[in-house]
Write a protein of this length. Structure first.
Ligand SMILES: Nc1ncnc2c1ncn2[C@@H]1O[C@H](COP(=O)(O)OP(=O)(O)OP(=O)(O)O)[C@@H](O)[C@H]1O
Ligand SMILES: [Mg+2]
Length: 293
């Protein structure tokens, strides 16, 4: 599936983009932004704004609400557009390719950076799981949750950026972080396969050991716990089958009160996957002690 915000970006002029930014600024304080406010933030006159807004509305970048006044808010496509535009302008990426997959809380795309290297874009999508349903319902409920969805998506991305950077600094086996804007992260594309999709492994114990070593180093050297570790968030590099750990928005600092619980859960998830699929018989407490000592 293509990305609406990306295709719309090619159709907008700089005034329309500025109007979207004005709406975004307005959304910090209210849900729907009226034309006067857009005029205030963009510096354009109302007639022109109405004309440009029509185009944005047609492209599904804004949502119009009519109640005791008429107001606008950004849709996730408008938000995608602003983030992508910023990444283009900054020279971080120059084009977007096909979609790699849809996660529970993200969409993943290939992209090219300015050196023509393939990179990976992760667009965070928090609260959009049953997007179409929600959207339908929203028309009637005056769209109560929309701001928080864009905002939550950005917070989720920011959390992931934070832990990715720390993991990079500590040389943990994770994708290299390149940049981010709003809810979109640009990172290294790992050529490999999801652990969960691998049919069989010749050396499962060695791979398990490497994953456990990641958990240990994250915990004891980088002071955090992944918090959502499972066979779904591990890639095996094609070249050497080394595990690369992904998906960090749920990570937490060791000092958080639920950190220990999350650590145990991560360990259990991984161990039970390997025990089940590769008929191992791992002692969880032994692993837990190894990780925490
Ligand atoms: N850096 C990367 N290189 C290659 N593939 C990646 C990378 N990051 C993510 N992917 C792919 O995209 C999928 C989803 O990414 P991720 O797990 O980070 O997001 P998610 O929203 O949590 O998805 P899910 O809900 O499926 O776990 C991964 O399972 C993996 O196949
Ligand atoms: Mg995941």
């Amino acid at each position: 599936m293509s990305l609406k915000g990306a295709s719309a970006l090619k159709l907008l002029n700089k005034h329309e983009i500025r109007i979207l930014v004005a709406i975004e600024v307005g959304m910090k304080t209210s849900q729907f932004i009226d034309i006067e406010t857009i005029a205030k933030y963009s510096g354009y006159n109302q007639g022109k704004i109405e004309h440009w807004l029509k185009n944005c509305h047609k492209l599904n970048l804004v949502h119009r609400w009519s109640g005791h006044f008429t107001g606008y808010e950004l849709t996730i496509h408008g938000y995608d557009l602003l983030a992508l535009n910023a990444l283009y302008e900054k020279g971080v990426i120059k084009s977007i390719g096909r979609e790699r997959g849809v996660g529970k809380e993200s969409r993943i795309f290939y992209a090219l950076n300015n050196n023509d290297q393939e990179v990976l874009l992760k667009l965070h999508r928090v609260g959009f799981t049953s997007f179409h349903q929600v959207k339908k319902k929203r028309r009637y409920t005056a769209n109560k949750h929309h701001i928080s969805e864009l905002y939550s998506s950005r917070l989720s991305a920011e959390s992931e950026v934070k832990w990715l950077k720390i993991a990079n600094e500590m040389n943990l086996p994770v994708p290299t972080y390149f940049d981010y804007n709003r809810h979109i992260i640009v990172m290294e594309l790992i050529e490999g396969i999801d652990l969960v999709k691998v049919k069989n492994l010749d050396e499962p114990v060695e791979i398990l050991e490497n994953i456990v070593l990641f958990i240990k180093n994250a915990w004891s050297k980088a002071n955090f716990v992944h918090g959502d570790l499972s066979e779904y968030n591990i890639l095996l590099k094609s070249e050497n089958l080394h595990p690369i750990i992904i998906d960090f928005p749920q990570s937490v600092d060791r000092s958080e009160k639920n950190a220990n619980e999350l650590l145990m859960r991560d360990i259990k998830n991984i161990i039970s996957f390997f025990d089940r699929k590769y008929k191992l018989n791992t002692d969880i407490n032994e692993i837990y002690n190894y990780v925490t000592n």
